[in-house]
Unconditional design. Structure first.
Length: 245
């Protein structure tokens, strides 16, 4: 395809988008795409992407790639606060686990905003009671369920893997010790509602609980909740432990 034809097609797409979403939303999406594409110039980022794709091909799943929020069909009333899909890189999951207790067998890991299921599948290498992911996008939820059918890992140690479709605000926390992860899945009132729900659950039944917050843009909300204290942090995450009462 010639350069002029490509440019004409891009131009037509931009005009369609502006008609559909307005100038501001189109501009903000263009900036997001350009920022995402420019990350591919960074060799460290490219190596992480390679590891991500390798994970998928080794364990027979499809969890890689970024999907912008406009394509995730979030309900109108919460979409402002809900964020895009991007899987946690495998190296980070290994790093989180090093900060957690050695014996996880009494813990239930809950991934809030589980996307295509990467965290659920990777964590199944560690022996826990169960692992549950909850995902708001119907499309991503379906992919996670399909992935569960094809997933094979000879090192799997947790077999109770559950995927739920719905808003993380609606989750009922199980009575086990908890590890909760979220990858900047949502902010604002959605994050506050989830933390309130968690606070009630821990007050009713005090138990061991950890919160792993990746890309922690609103870590102040967690810190100000008074419920958790920070136990570890890296470039891209903070891990909190529930204060014992
Ligand atoms: C950055 S991705 C993380 C995916 C996965 N946890 C992982 O680390 O591989 C954030 C996910 O949160 C989901 N999400 C956003 N708002 C949500 C909500 N209110 N309830 C449940 N899932 C939500 C998005 O659809 C997206 O899949």
């Amino acid at each position: 395809m010639g350069c002029t034809t490509t440019l004409r097609r891009i131009g037509q797409k931009v005009v369609q988008r502006i008609k559909r979403d307005g100038v501001l939303a189109t501009l903000s999406r263009a900036v997001e795409v350009i920022l995402w594409e420019s990350r591919k110039l960074d060799p460290v980022f490219r190596e992480r992407e390679r590891e991500s794709r390798e994970y998928d091909s080794l364990y027979n799943v499809d969890t890689s790639g970024k999907i912008l929020k406009e394509d995730l069909s979030f309900p109108k009333e919460v979409e402002e606060w809900c964020n895009w899909y991007e899987p946690t890189p495998p190296y980070l999951i290994r790093e989180f686990v090093r900060h957690l207790p050695e014996d996880l067998s009494n813990f239930h890991w809950i991934d809030l905003g589980s996307g295509k299921g990467r965290v659920v599948f990777m964590c199944s290498r560690y022996r826990m009671k169960a692992i549950t992911g909850i995902e708001l996008s119907p499309w991503l939820y379906e992919i996670s369920v399909q992935n569960q059918k094809s997933f094979r890992d000879p090192n799997q140690q947790t077999f109770s893997l559950n995927f739920l479709h719905g808003d993380a605000q609606a989750i009922v926390f199980p009575s086990d010790d908890l590890i909760i992860s979220l990858y900047n899945s949502f902010t604002g009132p959605v994050l506050e509602a989830v933390l309130d729900n968690l606070r009630r659950s821990l007050e009713e039944l005090p138990r061991e609980a950890y919160l792993i917050y990746v890309n922690p843009l609103q870590a102040d909300v967690v810190e100000q909740s008074g419920m958790f204290e920070k136990i570890a942090q890296g470039d891209k995450y903070k891990i909190f432990g529930a204060k014992r009462r």
